[in-house]
Design a protein around this ligand. Structure first.
Ligand code: GLN
Length: 474
C-alpha cells in the first residue's frame, strides 16, 4: 500500500482503526515531500512539530481517548494563513522573517480536529497572481508536468496535493486562487460561500472577496476538510451564523437543472477546454439533470470590476506593511524614510502595481468613475447570479480558459495574465460557492477543470453534483 496515495478519508479511518499510526503516515509524507522537493511547493516544512502532533494523536488513540475529525492526518496550509510560532510569509520578502503570535481560526479548528500540519505552501506574493511566479521564494512547478505552472495564487497548495505531499491543503480564493490552481493540477478545489469560513488570521488581500477553502484529491475529502474549518466565528464580523454538516450530502443530479450561461461559452478560449466541459455537461444530462441555457449579461464587466475592487481593497489592506509593525525594516533616517525604503525594497513588482492601481481608483476625482461604478456593477452581478440560480440549481462552466501555461511566462503584459481569471472572478463578486473538479485532459495530458457554481450556502448540493461527475468519469 502506498500510504501517501490514500484518500484523506481513508487514511483518517485507518488511523482511527489503528491500522496505520499517524507517525508512520506522517513519516511517509515527509519522505514524499523530500522526494518531490524540486516542485518548490513549500516555503516552510514543519517536520518536528508535525511528528510531535502525530505521536500525541497516536497516544490518544492508544488510550481510547476522544479524537478529532482529522485525527493524525497530514495537511498543508497556504502561507498567508497565520500559524502561531510558524513563519507566515505570504511569499513576500517583507514577511520573510515574520512569525505570528497567534493562530488563524481555521488553524485552531484544524488543531482541534487533531490534524497534523506538515508545512506552509508557496503562493503568489500576497495572493496576487495566477501562476505562482510572483513568489519571493521562487516559482512552484506543477506536479503533473514540472515545466508548467501550477496556477495561482494557491499553486503550492494545489501542486502539493497533486504530488501526494499531504491529504489535503488549505488555499485562499479572492478571484479564483483555489479553483484555477486546482484545475491546473487536476485536483478538487472549493471556494466556499463568502462568510462560510472565518477569515480571522488570513492575511487580507481584498477583504470583501477573500475566502479560505479546501483543496483535495476527491470530492468526499473536500467535504470532510470544509466541515472542519467552516462555521461562525466571533473574531470575524463578516462570518455567517451557519453551521451545516457538509459531509452529509447526496450524490446525484436527478431532476436538477444545470444552467449553461452563454456568456461563458460564446467567446474565444481553448477548444479542448470548451469541448471537455461541454462533454461533461452531457454526462450530467445522462445522469438525469436538465441543461438549460441561461444568460448573465453582466459577465463581461466582471473582470474589470474585480480588478478595481480587489486593488482598491489591497491598497488599503497593505498599508499596514510599513516597516514598523511587521516584517523587515529598511535602514532609514526617519519614519517617512522607513515607509518609503521598506516598501520599495520588500514588495514585489505585482504587489506594487496593485497598490498603485488601488490608490488611483480610490483617489478623489477618480473614485466615482472607478470604485463607485465598480461597486454598482457588483450589485448587478450579484443580482444576476441570484436570479439565474432561481431558474437553475447550478451554473456550469470552465474554471479557466486554458490548461496550465509554461513556466517562464506566456504573458507579455500583466493585463493578459488577468484574463486567466475571467471565469472565476464573477463568483467572488457574487459571493456564491463554486467548486472546480477535473473533467479531462488536453492532448499534452494537462488537466482540465470544470466549475460548478451553486447557491449561497449550497455547498452540500455542490458536493453532491461534483461527486456525480467524479463517478461518471470514473
Ligand atoms: N489571480 C487573481 C488575482 O491575481 C486571483 C487571486 C486570488 O484569488 N487570490 O488577483
Amino acid at each position: 500500500m502506498d500510504i501517501v496515495k490514500l484518500s484523506l478519508t481513508d487514511v483518517r479511518d485507518k488511523i482511527a482503526a489503528k491500522k496505520l499510526s499517524s507517525v508512520e503516515v506522517t513519516k511517509a509524507i515527509f519522505d514524499r515531500i523530500k522526494e518531490t522537493a524540486d516542485l518548490n511547493t513549500l516555503i516552510t516544512v514543519t517536520e518536528q512539530s508535525a511528528l510531535e502532533k502525530a505521536a500525541e494523536v497516536d497516544g490518544k488513540i492508544a488510550r481510547g481517548e476522544k479524537i478529532g475529525a482529522l485525527a493524525g492526518v497530514p495537511i498543508i496550509v497556504k502561507d498567508n494563513i497565520s500559524t502561531s510560532g510558524i513563519r507566515t510569509t505570504c511569499a513576500s520578502r517583507f514577511l520573510s522573517n515574520y512569525v505570528p503570535p497567534f493562530d488563524a481560526t481555521v488553524i485552531k479548528k484544524l488543531k482541534a480536529a487533531d490534524a497534523v500540519i506538515v508545512g506552509k505552501a508557496n503562493m503568489d506574493e500576497f495572493a496576487m497572481g495566477s501562476s505562482n511566479e510572483n513568489s519571493a521564494f521562487g516559482p512552484v512547478r506543477n506536479a503533473v508536468d514540472p515545466t508548467r505552472v501550477p496556477g495561482g495564487s494557491s499553486g503550492g497548495s494545489a501542486s502539493s496535493v497533486a504530488a501526494f505531499q499531504a491529504f489535503g491543503a488549505l488555499g485562499s480564493d479572492t478571484g479564483g486562487s483555489i479553483r484555477q490552481p486546482a484545475s491546473f493540477c487536476g485536483v478538487v478545489g472549493l471556494k466556499p460561500t463568502y462568510s462560510a469560513v472565518s477569515r480571522f488570521g488570513l492575511v487580507a488581500f481584498a477583504s470583501s472577496l477573500d475566502q479560505i477553502g479546501p483543496i483535495t484529491r476527491c470530492v468526499r475529502d473536500n467535504a470532510e476538510l470544509l466541515n472542519v474549518i467552516a462555521g461562525h466565528d466571533e473574531m470575524d464580523s463578516t462570518s455567517a451564523f451557519v453551521k451545516e454538516d457538509y459531509t452529509d450530502y447526496k450524490t446525484g443530479v436527478k431532476g436538477k437543472t444545470i444552467g449553461i450561461a452563454k456568456e461563458f461559452f460564446d467567446r474565444e478560449f481553448s477548444a479542448e477546454v470548451k469541448n471537455a466541459v461541454l462533454a461533461a455537461a452531457k454526462l450530467y444530462e445522462k445522469a438525469g439533470a436538465v441543461l438549460k441555457e441561461i444568460s448573465i449579461s453582466s459577465f463581461d464587466a466582471a473582470l474589470a470590476t474585480y480588478y478595481i475592487i480587489a486593488c482598491a481593497e489591497a491598497s488599503s489592506n497593505l498599508a499596514r506593511f510599513d516597516g514598523v509593525k511587521y516584517g523587515l525594516r529598511a535602514d532609514a533616517d526617519d519614519y517617512i524614510d522607513i515607509y518609503y525604503k521598506s516598501r520599495t525594497a520588500y514588495f514585489g513588482a505585482e504587489v506594487k502595481r496593485r497598490i498603485m492601481i488601488g490608490n488611483y481608483v480610490l483617489s478623489s476625482g477618480y473614485y466615482d468613475a472607478y470604485y463607485l461604478k465598480a461597486s454598482k456593477v457588483r450589485t448587478k452581478i450579484k443580482a444576476e447570479f441570484d436570479a439565474a440560480l432561481k431558474e437553475c440549481d447550478f451554473i456550469l462552466g470552465p474554471t479557466s480558459p486554458t490548461t496550465a501555461f509554461k513556466l517562464g511566462g506566456d504573458f507579455t503584459d500583466p493585463s493578459e495574465a488577468y484574463t486567466a481569471d475571467i471565469f472565476t472572478v464573477p463568483v467572488n463578486i457574487a459571493g456564491n460557492p463554486a467548486i472546480s473538479i477535473p473533467c479531462g485532459a488536453d492532448k499534452s495530458g494537462l488537466p482540465i477543470g470544470l466549475q460548478l457554481i451553486g447557491r449561497s450556502f449550497g455547498e452540500r448540493e455542490l458536493f453532491g453534483a461534483a461527486e456525480t461527475l467524479e463517478k461518471e468519469l470514473g
